[in-house]
Unconditional design. Sequence first.
Length: 226
Amino acid sequence: MNDSRDMPARLAAFDTCALSDALDSLGLTGCVTGLTATLPGRRIAGQCRTVKLAAGNAPPGAPVRHLGASAIDASAEGEIIVVEQATGRDAGCWGGILSRGAQIKGIAGVIAEGPVRDVDEAREIGFPIFCRAFTAFTARARVHEAATDVPVTVGGVTVDPGMIAVADSSAVVFIPEDRAEDVLTAVTRIARREAEMIRRLEAGERAGDVLGANYEHLLRRPDNGE
């Protein structure tokens, strides 16, 4: 029996385009586009540890803490930190020292709904980030950490702690743990069909003959009368 802890690695065998197709075939949402990969060509996958930011300084009496540090300390090796900085303020929700701390901890990468800074430093050390924008502005006096391990929103998708994320240069896909096996089954089927189409193209068949109905019906499941 497969260990559920292996599920991120099993899903990471497929790119986000195939995973998005699998979600479509199951009637699920979870694909987010428009984020920029700081290390194009690098794919990450892992369970999500979440951070939610809010505008301004922390409320009076709140503990003083650097945003993102608690998530790093709480994360296990291979997890992904997902940050929501949707305040509209141009302020970094992640930076260079955080990237170094996360890399030392063995965190797989960061997904940020919002701007990040110290991008060149993250690239220099090979730490992958997928974010909405780049900035040089500090978070100090602009945004603060409101909570960790709470639901956050990325591209209109609600991300709960423990969900599985797969990210590459095309998109980020969020998958609930309890649907991961279904998604894996669907994406395996889709990838198998795509591989057969590639085989036929390489054998010299016409693109119109290979793609045609095969492509249009790619997402159909066997129980849908395929």
